[in-house]
Ligand binder design. Structure first.
Ligand code: CA
Length: 226
């Protein structure tokens, strides 16, 4: 798997490159935004790890232009703790995930694998996570042996989150991708729908959908739930 690592801090770039190469990934490093864009646009990478503040053009403008040109290469943003707005903007521009610096290599590897798994394009008819099962053909849901009745929009929202376990969706993305709204209807539609899903799915203290404060929601990957 070929990874483009865009990071201008030499220390971080060295650490990440080493960690990825140890796992057998092929890594190209760029510390300059203009060069990184040219490399990314040439299109021979399986994943891009993208820093935001860079000499030359910044990470978000690179991401924006790639997506405008229908380039769907998976992108994980490498963000600083203070870059909350950039993180949300990046997700809205089509980043697949983000990781906050400093991070452990294991965490980055887990996210990389999750992103690759869900972008590798397998078609599914059933989504499962622990006891929860959605049949996408019959639109039938079960918790263990018990049937769960979801309203159509609840089913669609849960399906959308469940298709990309671990990926964070902003409220705007969900409004657009699940409701088809290109505008903010100024209501708490998303919050209400999430609450109804939780009432039906969460039991024995187990929570499936996580609220990521100030950012959005994500379906907790299996093994990550409490
Ligand atoms: Ca930087």
């Amino acid at each position: 798997m070929k990874i483009l690592l865009v990071e201008d801090e030499a220390k971080i770039a060295r650490f990440v490159r080493k960690g990825l190469e140890t796992q057998g990934f092929s890594v190209t490093v760029s510390g300059d935004g203009d060069e990184a864009f040219a490399l990314a646009a040439a299109g021979s990478f399986d994943v891009i790890l993208l820093d935001i503040m860079l000499p030359g053009r910044d990470g978000l403008s690179i991401l924006k232009e790639l997506r405008e040109h229908r380039n769907t290469v998976p992108v994980i943003l490498l963000t600083a703790r203070s870059e909350m707005n950039e993180r949300v903007e990046g997700l809205n521009l089509g980043a697949d995930d983000y990781i906050t610096k400093p991070f452990f290599m294991d965490e980055l590897l887990a996210r990389l694998r999750a992103v690759v798994r869900r972008t590798s394009g397998e078609t599914l008819s059933v989504l499962r996570s622990g006891p929860l099962m959605l049949n996408l053909i019959t639109r039938h849901a079960q918790y263990g042996e018990e049937e769960i009745i979801f309203a159509p929009r609840e089913f669609s929202l849960l399906e959308h989150l469940m298709r990309s376990p671990g990926k964070i969706f902003t409220r705007d993305q969900l409004l657009e991708q699940v409701w088809g709204y290109g505008f903010d209807p100024q209501t708490n539609l998303v919050e209400v729908c999430i609450r109804r899903i939780r009432e039906k799915t969460d039991r024995d203290g187990e929570q499936f959908i996580e609220t990521v404060r100030g950012v959005g929601y994500r379906f907790k990957p299996e093994g990550n739930r409490e």
